[in-house]
Design a protein. Structure first.
Lengths: 273, 149
């Protein structure tokens, strides 16, 4: 890191010297300016999660009022020159810049003549810098009603053992109903304040609970849900779903998950020969 | 009655007939939509009330599609370092408010439940993004009112 700082300082010195050499009557040392700029740039670098370094894009050089006046009078284009130089240096050091650097010259009467202060910062937090967050352990977020299940068409049961259950004809639903009248995403059952609620997702045939068309409904044991003629009965029994109905299985076998590795054929000639 | 006046009356009459026809056509189309579908086309007045540590700061009126995040191009801009640039989306689809996490860094939670895929949210639900909480409501409560969980 020290090498990097030296390298930056050296590079900055070059262009600061060339910028200041043309000014007559300026007593500010280029080495001093360069050292301070290099330090500000280096300290202002922020890294993203992936380790991409961003150089600051705002620099303020503060001088004594008299120095600032002579500077601005003799070199009105100094800001631009410094900004271009800083951009070049940042690029050479493989720092990313969110915006083109902007240099401002400020005045502070509390500074002594020939004294200089440099501050660098980021105009906006680059959007990649979303701070990670420490989540407190959740106080039992989705406490599920114990032993909740659905009986599908009176002959299979579907345990409601997850906080969100999507129902529909499409194969990415949790409960897939193979009926052309059922919409692709027909309804969603989700936990809310410890109870299951069913929501119709704008299905074309609608969702009925106990014969009434519903939009949102808090499920109670014994509720009969009808999705385009497919009947589901909601039940809660801590002992589990009734034994007489077999467990639900999707009409199509789920796609194999995980990596499908190509089998390695053992070759015996490597070691035996 | 001069012919000019007669012509004017006829013109006005023709215009009225034309507008009546348009009105009738639109009414007929509207009636042909099932009542349930009609409700899905009208976005109910809903606010996402923004709370920072249980203190209400804003009530955002929700439109058909609402992008939530830290970047300036979102519908709901949340200035919190823990909220991603494009964090989540709430859209009115199929007569329901549907919430989706857009691959945010810290995730989106509804009443402490992490959002995976699309989740239906409704009045009273508390959506947590970073340290900000958005609570869905039909109205903006009186400022400085805090919610109880």
């Amino acid at each position: 890191m020290a090498n990097q700082l030296d390298r930056i300082e050296e590079r900055i010195e070059q262009f600061v010297e060339s910028a200041l050499s043309r000014l007559i009557g300026i007593q500010i040392s280029a080495v001093d300016v360069a050292a301070q700029l290099a330090r500000a740039l280096n300290e202002g670098v922020r890294r993203t999660e992936e380790g991409k370094p961003f150089a600051p894009d705002k620099y303020a050089l503060t001088f004594h009022p008299d120095d600032a006046q002579t500077l601005l009078e003799s070199a009105p284009g100094l800001h631009g020159e410094l900004a271009r130089g800083l951009l070049e240096v940042a690029r050479e050091c493989e720092y990313l810049v969110f915006r083109d650097p902007v240099v401002t010259i400020a005045v502070d009467p509390t500074l002594r003549p020939r004294e200089l202060r440099v501050v660098a910062w980021h105009s906006t937090a680059p959007l990649e810098f979303t701070q990670a967050m420490q989540r407190q352990p959740k106080t039992n977020p989705g406490a599920l009603p114990s032993g909740a299940y659905l009986i599908v068409e009176g002959n299979r049961h579907f345990p409601l053992d997850r906080p969100v259950v999507n129902i529909g004809r499409r194969l990415d639903n949790h409960l897939i109903l193979d009926d052309p009248r059922v919409s692709r995403t027909h309804a969603q059952i989700r936990i809310r304040n410890g109870r299951f609620e069913i929501f119709d997702l704008g299905s074309s045939a609608g969702t009925l609970v106990n014969g009434q068309e519903i939009h949102q409904h808090l499920l109670l044991t014994g509720d009969v849900v009808e999705l385009a003629g497919t009947r589901l009965v909601y039940g809660e029994d801590p002992g589990g779903p009734p034994d007489e109905t077999p467990a639900y299985s999707p009409p199509f076998p789920p796609k194999p998950s995980g990596d499908q590795r190509t089998r390695v054929i053992p070759r015996d000639n490597d070691e035996t020969s | 009655m001069t012919p000019e006046a007669l012509l004017l009356i006829l013109r006005v009459f023709a215009a009225l007939v034309l507008y009546a026809f348009f009105g009738f056509a639109i009414l007929a189309i509207w009636r042909s939509i099932p009542a349930r579908k009609r409700d899905e086309l009208i976005i109910p007045e809903t606010y996402a009330n923004e709370y920072h540590e249980n203190v209400l700061s804003h009530g955002h009126r929700l439109g058909a599609v609402n992008l939530i995040g830290r970047a300036a191009d979102n519908t709901i801009v949340l200035s919190d370092e823990r909220v991603s640039a494009h964090h989540a989306r709430i859209s009115f689809t199929g007569g329901q408010w549907q919430l989706e996490d857009l691959g945010s860094r810290n995730g989106t939670f509804v009443n402490e439940l992490p959002v995976e895929g699309v989740l239906v949210v409704t009045m009273g639900d508390r959506i947590q993004l970073g340290t900000v909480t958005l609570q869905l409501s039909q109205e903006v409560p009186i400022a400085d009112m805090t919610f109880t969980s």
